[in-house]
Ligand binder design. Sequence first.
Ligand SMILES: *Cc1c(COP(=O)(O)O)cnc(C)c1O
Length: 386
Amino acid sequence: MESKDIIYLDNNATTPIDPRVLDGMMPYLTNLYGNASSRHKFGMQADIAVKNARKQVSDLIGCEINELIFTSGATESINLAIKGIAENYKDKGKHIVTILTEHSAVLDTCKELEKNGYEVTYLPVKSDGLLDLDIIEKVIRKDTILVSVMYVNNETGVIQPIKEIAEITHKAGSIFMTDATQAVGKLRFNVNDMGIDVLTMSAHKIYGPKGIGVLYFKNKRPNKVRLKALIHGGGHEKGYRSGTLNVPGIVGLGAACEYVDKEMDKNEKHIRELRDYLERELLNIENTSLNGNKESRLYNVSNICFKGISSEALIIGLDNIMVSNGSACSSSLIEPSHVLKAMGQSDKSALSSIRISLSKANNIYEINHALITIKKTLLSISSLNF
Ligand SMILES: *Cc1c(COP(=O)(O)O)cnc(C)c1O
């Protein structure tokens, strides 16, 4: 299948790489193959490229360059953060608070900790996907070492009130972490203004390469964060994550950060226009409804329920138009989305919903074509028993 034949509307699963990002990486995949740890000229050249990328990432999220660790992606960053904090602060307490609509990287890491004597509170959300601030206040205890709430939900685009949650967390003397994989590069924010002590992100969600991500954790008072490493070896990344640095990946991540930073307003305007148009048209179809809070929601996603329709049949019918039901990680199994279930929906309603997520690479022709095809497909499958 040629990529020109497909209409890719699954950008929350992954984005196409920006050609300028690939260009920037090429020298480090070819001629400039030095190891950033080597003390010769070749190594130093790689090291300079890594330092430059640290600056590009820290400029985007507003942290210091010594507050970043490079990892293989958001999943690894999340594991290192949650397990590393749990281990380091276990004398203070063994209680963690998170929410039911988190990505499986957070939920499964917490479940793993529960097997090892930690206690995790999974907070429910309202039917619009938003967390009720009052309940957080009630569940934080003296032994709560970490509160982890995602910034933007990958399935619905719902934006949680991160700053308020951070404030409540800090008042109770705990660490606030956010999985910002879907927020970075799309929303303009600064970790210090928002009260974020720990943040995770990934390059391939912002037009960068796969297999490279970042863990930010605060390195200044108050709320300086300490954590135990998971991967030991040569002491790379200040001992927090050993292993030869993925220089081409890091260079690509840095470049991706710089471009989304510079072009954020332009990208938002373009994507929002397409999304709003698409969403209006879809909601004009009979028996459709929107999943997630209408206002506190990111501008690139529409999660739509087609009542009485199997999303699986719809996705197959859409053929060369790529959309998703559930998150990319779990959609190989036909299971209702845990996010929609946490929002109080029935299995049937969750299994009738699809997620359409746009990027700067999409255009109006694609959206119009997708709309026509969706309407046609709905007609052809509406008689199927579901
Ligand atoms: C994609 C995603 C992840 C996982 O990121 P990887 O880099 O693929 O490990 C985690 N959280 C959210 C919200 C995501 O969208």
